[in-house]
Design a protein around this ligand. Structure first.
Ligand code: OSB
Ligand code: MG
Length: 369
């Protein structure tokens, strides 16, 4: 396929409620959207990098600059998702930037071929079970109200964000009030190995998993922690590639893996991680980065692959935004439907996009890589 150019667009979307994690509080989502355009069609991508480099080392303004300066040449000449991925491999890191470019290229490619995202990746289901990630709150009663509301909407699994000082009490309160619901926690690297005895006090609550208790680079620490607590350890931040997944699994650091395409450089690498985990019998689930309907469409399709045996952080649009940029994803009996149309199967509302656009630029693809 031939591509003429890439449009970068920044939009600001207010979150329906502040989302607090151990690395900060988000009030709005500042999203970088990409649109590749060629003579035969277009494709959309969403960059999951956040406003600041607190979840991982990337941030949205940096990602835009990397795309502009270093990734754009990968789109020269005859290109598809695999060639673009290979050419971008020359750039070290910057996986969220690469993932956004690859998403736009793959969307264009699949729209032209009339193939759906799920069909291309190997989805085996037409709907996926939805979980919800619940931020740190000011008080336990406020948390119980939030969880109560999500359970009433039909969410099939609750994830509580935790940090030192907000862990045992909220977990105990949610267990006491709601009983035997599917419950897990996410620490976003807020602990150290010296907290092992404290974290072992979560064991009696029968959590599905504890997500990323220790720093990104600390694979050995997670393996050691796994010997000291009975809650299964799931890695998020640490799993930056299929190779990292294979290493973490063989070292005993990951009993479960959270797969986020942005974090690993795109949907092709995400599928490789799925395959590596499946080969090892390690369950995976689809993480989220507060995506708009574009990223959500792709994540929901990914979550329909056979190895995704746990509910993902693939919540309905209204959990995040009063108005999404695509037709909203809705919860039906605790599930989201996998889009079936060509490419992502959803398209942004261009009039609404104009209203929330803060910056827009057109980049012509150079003649040669
Ligand atoms: O660690 O999973 C995380 C959101 C932003 C950055 C990191 C994380 C999260 C979430 C929310 O937990 C997932 C979602 O609902 O999109
Ligand atoms: Mg996480």
């Amino acid at each position: 396929m031939k591509l003429d150019g890439l449009e970068l667009r920044r939009i600001t979307l207010p979150l329906t409620a502040p989302f607090r994690t151990s690395f900060g509080t988000e009030h709005t989502r500042d999203v970088l959207l990409l649109r590749v355009q060629g003579p035969d069609g277009e494709g959309w991508g969403e960059c999951v990098a956040m406003a600041g480099p607190y979840y991982s080392s990337e941030h949205v303004t940096g990602a835009a600059e990397v795309i502009r300066r270093f990734l754009l040449p990968a789109l020269a000449g005859d290109v598809d998702a695999h060639t673009a991925e290979q050419r971008m491999g020359r750039v070290r890191g910057h996986r969220m930037a690469k993932s956004a470019v690859l998403m736009a290229v793959l969307d264009a490619q699949l729209r032209m071929a009339g193939m759906s995202w799920g069909g291309y990746l190997g989805a085996t289901r037409d709907r996926v079970p939805a979980g919800v990630s619940v931020g740190i709150m000011d008080s336990v009663p406020q948390l119980l109200d939030a969880v109560d509301g999500y359970l009433a909407e039909g969410y099939l699994r609750i994830k509580l964000k935790i940090e030192p000082g907000w862990d045992l009490a909220p977990v105990a309160a949610v267990r006491e009030r709601f009983g035997d619901i599917a419950l897990q926690v996410d620490a976003n690297t807020a602990y150290s190995l010296s907290d092992a005895r404290h974290l072992a006090r979560l064991d009696p609550f029968g959590l599905l998993l504890i997500e990323q208790p220790l720093p990104e680079e600390d694979i050995r620490g997670h393996a050691e922690l796994a010997r000291r607590i009975s809650t299964p350890i799931c890695l998020d931040e640490s799993i930056v590639s299929a190779r990292a997944a294979a290493d973490a699994i063989s070292l005993g650091a990951a009993a479960v893996v959270n797969i986020k395409p942005g974090r690993v450089g795109g949907y092709l690498e995400a599928r490789r991680i799925h395959d590596v985990c499946a080969a090892h019998g390690v369950p995976v689930w689809a993480g989220g980065m507060l995506e708009t309907g574009l990223g959500r469409a792709a994540n929901v399709a990914l979550a329909a692959l056979p190895g995704f045996t746990l509910p993902g952080d693939t919540s309905a649009s209204r959990r995040y935004y009063a108005r999404d940029i695509t037709d909203p994803f809705t919860l039906d009996d605790g599930h989201l439907a996998v889009p079936t149309g060509p490419g992502l199967g959803v398209s942004p509302d261009l009039d609404f996009l104009e209203q929330i656009t803060t910056h827009r630029e057109w980049l012509a693809v150079p003649a040669t890589a």
